[in-house]
Design a protein around this ligand. Structure first.
Ligand code: GLC
Length: 618
C-alpha cells in the first residue's frame, strides 16, 4: 500500500491486499520484490484506464449481477470472416443489434504469424492487432461503438503460451537465459519423456507430443498445443506479472470480458496430467483480484473444456471467486449426444448437476463454438444405462458425420486417435441438424424436420439460466464451409469446416419467412424476446425437471415472480406425448395458443414454451 495512491484505487487494493500478497508470496517463494512490481503495475494500469471506462466500472460495481440479466444474448465471430476487419465490424453493428446480440465475442485478433497461428491462438505480440484487421485504436473505437449500443465486448487472452515468434521466444531461442526461463526448456529428452508418461495429448493427430526440438537453442521446449505454441512458465513471477500487464492493457482498450484461453493448462508439474493443478486456481484468483482492483467492470470467462467434475471449481468459492462465467461444455456435448440417441436420460442427469449449483454461477450456453465438440460425457452414468465409452463415441461420431444409415447430419471427424477411439467432431449447427443434406436432396419433409431440430436446440439454450451464445452465421442456418480443404494453411485442421466466412447473401434471406434462413432467424428472435419479457427466465428462478413419462421428451420447469414456464423438447423423430398431469391453463409463448398441460403433444423434434401466470389468481 503506498501513500501516493489515489483513494479509489487504494480502497479497492486494500480490500484484497492481504489475500493477494499471501497467495503471491506463497506461489513465488516470498519474492517480495516481484510482488512490489506487481502492485505498482496494477496502479499504473489503473492510472492509464480511460475515465469513460472507469465510470462504467463504477456503474457495474453498483449492479454486480449485470451479466446475469436474462436479456443478455451473445455472439462469437471471427472479425475477418464476419466483416474483413475491425472497422468493417463497426459498420455492421446494426446487424449485430438486429440479431438481439448485446455481448460480442471477437475471436483472437492480435498479431499472429501467418500459417502458424492456430486460428489466432498463437500470439506474437499481445499489444498489437493483426495488421490486416486494424490497429489497437480500431479495437478501442469498436469497443466504444459497442458500448454506445449497449454491447459488451469479449476478447481472448491466450495465456498458456506465446507464438514462437513472440519477442520472448526469439530471445530465448538466441540463447538468453532470462527468456528461456519464461518457458520450459530442457537440455535433452529425459525430462520431456518423463512428462509424456502422464500428460495426455491435445492434438494427437495434427500435433502429436507435448515437446518440440528447438534447433537454434539446441534444447527441447514444451509445446502442449502446436509446436509453434510455446508453453509459458507461470512458476516464474516475471511471466505472471508481464502477462497480467498485457491482459489489463486489453481491458483498458474497452474489453469487458476476458476469455481465459486454455486456462486449466497454465501450471505444469512432472508426474501430473498438467491440467487443473491447484496452482491454476491460485493464478486465476489473483487475476480476478487484479481485475477487481484495476477494472472491476471486467469479467473473467474461463475456457475450461474438461470433464464435468473439473469445470465448476473454476467459479471458485463464494468468498474467493475465480471466473465470473464458464462454458456449459458438458451440457453442450450432452445435447448432441441426445440429438443422436433420442434418449434424454443423460441430459436430465447432467441438468440435475447444473441445477444443483448455486444460482449465481453463470454459464455460457451454446450449441457449438469455433472448436470441435469433444465427447466429455458422464460415462459412469452411461455405463449404468449399459453403454460403454469407446463404442458409444463411435456411434455418436458415425451418426453426426452421417455415416450411420438414415442420419441426415453432416459433421466431420477431428483428431481421430485410433489408439483411443477418441475422435472429436466438427460441423456447423445447421449441417449437424440436417439442413445441408435436406437442401441437397430437396426433401421437403427432411428440411422441415431439420429446421425443427435446429430451432429446438436453440430453444434449449435459451431456456437455461446464463448467457446464450450464438456462433455467427448459425442465426441464418449457415452450413459447413468446405473451402478450407483447398487452403494449404487450413486443410489439416477440420475445425475450419465450421469457421467459414459470413454469407451476406444468405443473411439477406433472413427477411423471407419461408426460407430456412428466415425461419431460423425469426425463431431465434422470438425466443430472445420471450425470454427477455418473462420473469420465469430470470437467473434467480427455481428450476426443476418435471417427469414427462417419455425418455424422448425433456421438460424443464422454471418459476420466478409469479410466472411458471414449462419448456418441452421432443428429441424423438416421431410425434411424442408428454404426460405432465398439470391442469393449469398455459399460453404457448411461440404461437399464443392456450390450453392445459395435462397432456402435451409435440411433433418430431418439436419444442414448446408454455407460460402460466399466477398473478391473476386468487
Ligand atoms: C483453446 C482454443 C483453441 C486453441 C487452443 C490453443 O482451446 O479454443 O481454438 O486451439 O486453445 O490455444
Amino acid at each position: 500500500m503506498k501513500n501516493c495512491w489515489k483513494a479509489e484505487f487504494a480502497s479497492r487494493f486494500r480490500r484484497h491486499e492481504d489475500e493477494l500478497k499471501w497467495l503471491y508470496c506463497e506461489l513465488y517463494h516470498s519474492d517480495e520484490k516481484a510482488y512490489g512490481r506487481f502492485a505498482d503495475m496494477l496502479y499504473r494500469l489503473w492510472e492509464e484506464r480511460p475515465e469513460k471506462l472507469k465510470a462504467m466500472d463504477r456503474d457495474r460495481e453498483d449492479s454486480p449481477g449485470w451479466y446475469r440479466e436474462r436479456s443478455l444474448v451473445g455472439m462469437q465471430m471471427y472479425v475477418q470472416a464476419f466483416a474483413g476487419n475491425l472497422q468493417g465490424v463497426r459498420k455492421k453493428l446494426d446487424y449485430v443489434a438486429e440479431c438481439g446480440v448485446n455481448y460480442l465475442h471477437l475471436m483472437p485478433l492480435l498479431e499472429s504469424p501467418k500459417g502458424r497461428s492456430d486460428g489466432g491462438y498463437a500470439v506474437s505480440d499481445f499489444r498489437r492487432v493483426q495488421p490486416e484487421l486494424g490497429t489497437m485504436e480500431d479495437l478501442f473505437a469498436l469497443a466504444d461503438a459497442c458500448h454506445e449500443k449497449g454491447i459488451a465486448v469479449c476478447l481472448d487472452f491466450v495465456m498458456n503460451h506465446t507464438s514462437e515468434d513472440h519477442e520472448w521466444a526469439r530471445r530465448a531461442r538466441s540463447g538468453e537465459k532470462e527468456y528461456q526461463d519464461r518457458y520450459f526448456f530442457y537440455d535433452g529428452w529425459t525430462i520431456p519423456a518423463a512428462f509424456e508418461q502422464t500428460v495426455p495429448q491435445v492434438f494427437p493427430a495434427t500435433a502429436p507430443g507435448n515437446f518440440t526440438w528447438c534447433e537454434e537453442a539446441k534444447k527441447v521446449v514444451m509445446t502442449t498445443f502446436y509446436p509453434y505454441q510455446w508453453d509459458l512458465n507461470y512458476a516464474n513471477p516475471a511471466v505472471f506479472n508481464d502477462m497480467t500487464d498485457c491482459m489489463l492493457n486489453l481491458c483498458n482498450h474497452g474489453v469487458d470480458v476476458i476469455r481465459l484461453d486454455a486456462v486449466p493448462y497454465i501450471w505444469k508439474a512432472l508426474g501430473t496430467s498438467c491440467r487443473n493443478l491447484k496452482q491454476v486456481h491460485t493464478l486465476v484468483r489473483m487475476l480476478r483480484m487484479a481485475c477487481e482492483i484495476v477494472c472491476p467492470g471486467t469479467l473473467l470467462l474461463g475456457e475450461v473444456v474438461m470433464e464435468p467434475s473439473k469445470v465448476a471449481p473454476y467459479f471458485g468459492t463464494e468468498d474467493k471467486p475465480e471466473c465470473h462465467l464458464l462454458y456449459n461444455v458438458t451440457t453442450m456435448a450432452t445435447l448432441w449426444h441426445t440429438a443422436a440417441t433420442r434418449d434424454v436420460r443423460l441430459l436430465r442427469h447432467q441438468l440435475q448437476q447444473v441445477f444443483a449449483l448455486p444460482r449465481n454461477r453463470a454459464f455460457l450456453n451454446y450449441l457449438r463454438c469455433h472448436d470441435d465438440i469433444g465427447w466429455g460425457l458422464d460415462f459412469d452414468f452411461l455405463r449404468s444405462l449399459g453403454q460403454t465409452e469407446v463404442p458409444h463415441k463411435r456411434y455418436l461420431n458415425d451418426y453426426l458425420t452421417g455415416k450411420w444409415p438414415g442420419s441426415p447430419a453432416r459433421g466431420e471427424l477431428y483428431n481421430d486417435d485410433p489408439r483411443l477411439g477418441d475422435a472429436r467432431l466438427c460441423g456447423a449447427t445447421a449441417s449437424l441438424c440436417g439442413i445441408e443434406s435436406a437442401r441437397e436432396s430437396g426433401g421437403k419433409a427432411a428440411m422441415a424436420d431439420a429446421i425443427r431440430l435446429d430451432e429446438m436446440l436453440h430453444a434449449f439454450i435459451f431456456t437455461l439460466s446464463g448467457v446464450p451464445v450464438l456462433y455467427s452465421g448459425d442465426e441464418i442456418a449457415q452450413e459447413n464451409d468446405n473451402a478450407y480443404r483447398s487452403d494449404p494453411l487450413k486443410k489439416e485442421d477440420s475445425r475450419y469446416l465450421h469457421r467459414g466466412n459470413m454469407d451476406w447473401k444468405k443473411a439477406a434471406l433472413r427477411k423471407k419467412k419461408t426460407t430456412p434462413e428466415g425461419k431460423i432467424f425469426s425463431a431465434i428472435r422470438r425466443l430472445e424476446q420471450a425470454r427477455a419479457a418473462h420473469l420465469a427466465f430470470d437467473a434467480d428462478a427455481d428450476v426443476w425437471l418435471p417427469d414427462t413419462g417419455s425418455d424422448q421428451v425433456l421438460c424443464i420447469g422454471r418459476y420466478c415472480g409469479g410466472e411458471q414456464v414449462l419448456a418441452l423438447f421432443n428429441f424423438g423423430d416421431t410425434e411424442q406425448t408428454a404426460w405432465l398431469r398439470d391442469e393449469k391453463i398455459y399460453t404457448d409463448l411461440m404461437d399464443g395458443s392456450r390450453g392445459d398441460a395435462g397432456k402435451v403433444v409435440l411433433p418430431p423434434h418439436g419444442f414448446r414454451w408454455l407460460l402460466h401466470d399466477f398473478s391473476g389468481e386468487e
